[in-house]
Design a protein around this ligand. Structure first.
Ligand code: 5GP
Length: 205
């Protein structure tokens, strides 16, 4: 039996906030499992099925919805995205922390989930760039998307930023290194929560 249950760390923020990089780095450092989402959006150059996303057809995605395979799913920038239960539950039960890159709608769905294991594991963070100008600069600097896609992402980003107060934690992005230090500090502190130290507290009583 693990000495504590795993943390489910939801990370949201507009495109260009650097949240994906933070989540990936935590997983690369073996601090957490990165929950690989399903999406119907087309693959970007360099992306790999099963590493970046599970890239599904509309039919495949709808089939998983019908089978109840998703913990949450939402439409973002015109495409469907969803978190598989299998990417989360088995890890937190084993005491392995899970980090998840998720939009504000998906985060709200997970927060309203009644499963006690999910509720106990949950913590959430909103990552945002320091200014709207910086956000626009970061989005335009991304060479992988068309102008049309960038314009849509900028509009959505500004709408998404209005939701930061729904989260327990907020990180205003500075440098990559500083952001990562603060991000990891959040996870390390969450590991000390008494409510998660199940096995040890039971044996101590
Ligand atoms: P991108 O297409 O740039 O990789 O991601 C677009 C948006 O989809 C980001 O805001 C990201 O957080 C969100 N996203 C990625 N995976 C999921 C997921 O499984 N569920 C939800 N609701 N949003 C997701």
């Amino acid at each position: 039996m693990p000495s504590r249950t795993g943390i489910l760390l939801l990370v949201s923020g507009p495109s260009g906030s650097g949240k994906t990089t933070l989540c990936r780095r935590l997983a690369d450092d073996r601090e957490a499992h990165y929950s690989i989402s399903c999406t119907t959006r087309p693959t970007r150059p360099g992306e790999v099925h099963g590493r970046d996303y599970f890239f599904l057809s509309r039919e495949e995605f709808d089939q998983k919805v019908a089978c109840g395979d998703f913990l949450e799913y939402a439409t973002v920038h015109g495409n469907s995205y969803g978190t598989l239960k299998s990417e989360v539950l088995q890890f937190i039960q084993k005491g392995i922390d899970v980090v998840m890159d998720i939009d504000v709608q998906g985060a709200a769905q997970v927060r309203s989930c009644t499963d006690p294991e999910i509720r106990r594991s949950l913590t959430d963070l909103f990552v945002m760039p320091p200014t709207d100008e910086e956000l626009a600069a970061r989005l335009t600097g991304r060479k992988t998307d068309s102008e049309e896609v960038i314009a849509l992402r900028l509009k959505n980003a500004i709408e998404e930023m209005a939701h930061w107060h729904e989260y327990q934690y907020r990180l205003i992005s500075a440098t990559r290194e500083e952001d990562y230090i603060r991000f990891k500090a959040l996870l390390l502190a969450e590991r000390l929560r008494v409510s998660r130290i199940t096995a040890t507290s039971e044996s101590a009583s």
